[in-house]
Design a protein around this ligand. Sequence first.
Ligand code: MSP
Length: 545
Amino acid sequence: MALSVLWMESPLTRNSGRSFMSEKPVYVTTPIYYVNDAPHLGSAYTTIAADVLARFGRLQNRETFFLTGTDEHGEKLANRAKELGEETQAMVDRFAKVFHDSWKEIGISFDDFIRTTEERHREIVLHLMNKAIAHGDVYLGDYVDWYCVSDETFWTEGQLQGGKCPSCGREVKKLVEKNYFFKISKYTEKLLKHIEANPDFILPASKRNEVVAMLKEGVRDISASRTSFTWGIPFPQGPEAGQDRHVIYVWFDALVNYVSALDPLGKPERFKRLWPQATHLIGKDILKFHAIFWPCFLMSVDLPLPKRIFAHGWWTVEGQKMSKSLGNTVDPVQMSRTYGKDALRLFMFREFPMGSDGDFSMANFKARVNADLANNLGNLVSRTLNLISKNLDGRWKAPTHSAPGTEDVWESARQASSSITGPANAEETSMERFEYFNILQSTFSFVTSLNKYFDTKAPWTLAKDPSKKQELTEVLSSVAEGIRVAACMLWPFLPDTCDEISRRLGVKTPLSLRELGYGNLLRPGGAGAEERVITMGQPLFPRIQ
Ligand code: MSP
């Protein structure tokens, strides 16, 4: 039976015709990071997760825009510059470069890197704040309550835990200052309705429930300006502000980056296309800002809400909270240099689902990389290529029929593929719901099933018997085709490795094949059956000791 026939009725084919063909753009953002230090495991987690989605969008040939950047204003950074004895602008310039260069070094494929001290950003912040003022949503008042400088967050007495910040556990300070306030309460009812009507607006569901509970409890109006320091965008204040010099509260400044980076005034058409597709990937620590403050502000300035806010969990290191003083921060750049970019990328999403918390331990990292990359995938590639090189003159072709004994292999390929597309009636792929954990689990099961098939068929024995040449060819070409398919599936997660696998197999890399359509790429035989010439190489992943 021809493979195309074998696959015609499968859910894979049905799904690929539907969601793989989605024409909707992908617009994915990370939080913009405070420039008080170098990136660590936590910021790298969010950034790499966004990178995976962006690469997936590009692989599907969808218009894709991936934004990251740095949050450079506010009291925390002004204090940090004082502490370091540097000019604030010089300090933020220095650390912004560290972030930019670190992301480049670990292979982050961002399309834009926005800094809140840039003019293009300031212009939009002022534009939107003026709009909120014109809509009567801003008023002058006194803030007399608690503030956590580290999180740049206002707290009520009742919210504190043991007198400390309930989010980061640090000391809070009593703030008494004149602020402009934003009438958040005017929009919370409308936001609740939006969340009810769009259950996937906030994911995972547990986080949506938290937001709903906060909204039902009631949210007090929030400061839109600060007056006790000057490091920020000057607030467009009226004469009633008196002698006080107001700067825009850093969160109202920072959140606007998601809009300002799209240049809404200069490129309105692109803005209209991309903005409603916005997916904000964030850590759970900043859920309230993204899922309550930001949507209410957007409603005030008459902009549509983003498509999705996904709040992921928190990493600890060897069971402890990551912190400079404990000396247990993990440097993603160093990890990438030592073990390769893809090793870190795999580990991050292979251990636990993205909505949960997880722990980083060197022992688990090594065990995971050795099991999946050295033993499972790497070993399969090297065994297969070795035998093709020795026995088939380094050449292979995708099989035109499904060889006997490959049923389990192709069934697990189908399951892996469905884990990417998601349920048949879904309007979007599971990738867009950040179901990376499930996807990797089923894709590596597929790789395992290829290894099992390889072991069962023992092609090294077939190679010894000239009369078994046809069977040997069938086995090796089936496995080679399976590896090609797995490399397409894994490409967003392990781009360097999958490019290298494709190169060694003699097939065009997944990206250059995208004109075929992603669904076809994932279909055994779907990339054509021309002859391929392999290239040998060093082990892809040497075992880590
Ligand atoms: N500047 C604000 C965000 C403004 S977005 C408009 C901010 N910056 S931050 O530098 O503190 O970065 C916070 C983000 O870093 C978290 O939301 C999360 O994405 C990531 N992480 C920081 N520490 C983390 C862990 N320990 N674990 C997982 N992610 C964490 O907040």
